[in-house]
Design a protein around this ligand. Structure first.
Ligand code: ZN
Length: 221
């Protein structure tokens, strides 16, 4: 079972003070920075692209965990890899050839992740479970920050934990959406080891270091 990881979703941070936000994540014990890339097609919102990832890379030594919520991710994988992504996760719904996309990510020296919308059956990603480094369970519908956790996704985490234990026990099992002090213990118990946190990390009344610090302490406890 891989280590426990808090991965703050940097798009929920204050972009006007991004260097301070990153420093807060680092000092509070975040292990990865999660980057939610949205294209206005696969999801309605537009967020950031490779230039942003490249700027992050110059600002932090934390691994960059890039989640592509974009159509035809194959067309942009190389740009994100060159920008400094350490992990690239693609949606099964967005790829024309999922296995090829995963091979492309790995050939560029990144680790590869796969993910799916809450309404997409787990069976769609089963053929690649042995080939990825990370499986991401979306516990909200992708596209917006700040949504509530869908409790039924804990069963999906459990199901995937069992499958990964049999075919690929070293893979990370990450959850994205509505993660907080209240919901992380639920999915941790179900078998997840990495937790993407948006508002819980960056909208804490005590500031981002306090927000991330509380979440990191929760995992240590
Ligand atoms: Zn994400």
């Amino acid at each position: 079972m891989p280590e426990y990881i808090i991965a703050p979703s940097i798009i929920a941070s204050d972009f006007a003070h991004i260097a301070d936000e990153i420093a807060a994540c680092e000092s509070a014990g975040a292990r990865w920075l999660h980057v939610d890339v949205m294209d206005g097609h696969f999801v309605p919102t537009i967020t950031v692209g490779p230039l942003f990832v490249e700027a992050l890379k110059r600002t932090t030594k934390l691994p960059l965990d890039v989640h592509l919520m974009i159509e035809n991710p194959e067309r942009h994988i190389e740009a994100f890899a060159k920008a400094g992504a350490n992990n690239i996760t693609v949606h099964v719904e967005a790829c024309t050839d999922l296995e090829k996309a995963i091979a492309q990510i790995k050939s560029l020296g990144c680790t590869a992740g796969v993910t799916l919308r809450p309404a997409t059956p787990v069976s769609t990603i089963e053929p690649v479970l042995s080939k990825v480094d990370l499986v991401l369970v979306m516990s909200v519908n992708p596209g917006y920050s700040g949504q509530a956790f869908m409790p039924e996704m804990a069963d999906r985490v459990k199901e995937l934990r069992v499958q990964l234990d049999s075919v690929n026990p070293k893979a990370h099992l990450e959850v994205d959406g509505g993660m907080s002090l209240k919901t992380i213990p639920i999915v941790k118990k179900a078998g997840a080891n990495a937790f993407v946190t948006g508002n819980a990390a960056f909208k804490h009344p005590g500031g981002s270091a306090a927000g991330v610090g509380e979440l990191v302490s929760l995992l240590a406890g």
